[in-house]
Design a protein around this ligand. Sequence first.
Ligand code: SF4
Length: 194
Amino acid sequence: MTLEEIANDVRNCTLCNLCKERMHAVPGEGSSKADILFVGEGPGRSEDQQGRPFVGSAGKVLSKLLDSIGLSREDVFITNVVKCRPPENRKPLVDEVAKCRPYLEKQIKTIRPKLVCVLGATALEALIGESNLSAQHGKLINRRGLKLFVMYHPASTLYNNKMEAVMMDDIHSLLGILKNMDQRESGKLDDFSE
Ligand code: SF4
């Protein structure tokens, strides 16, 4: 399945009640060859209006974080655990996350990213089954053959100005992990083995 086919299915989806109040579904966007796939919670008001992920204030923070490691939005893939905006930006319900999950799984299978970056508590709970974000951020977790890296949600920097430094540290750790994986793939680390 192509990313566009998945996006079309999302735009026509009526599997959960979130379809009722959406202006636009927000399937996600970015490179089909992305090494990193970012997963946030769900679309907010701006995203719902434009049908694009992370275009509001949190999106600006994400772009800044990407820029700090020499990447742009076009280099990665950005999506959410639910593709339609929950009313009043409430947290998506367990049932909504479950119904929407197959779209995310199809996106991951199609792109086959090296890392899935989990942004915030809702994505952490949905993808890893953990609830303690402050204990898990900055960590690489293996689940069902996927490498998941945990970060705070970019929106957290809007309410707490100390969070930007924490997120900068984490995104640089992510870059380090990615570079290490690339070196292993290309066999360069073998030079150091016995
Ligand atoms: S949130 Fe997901 S499951 Fe619910 S209507 Fe939108 S696309 Fe379908």
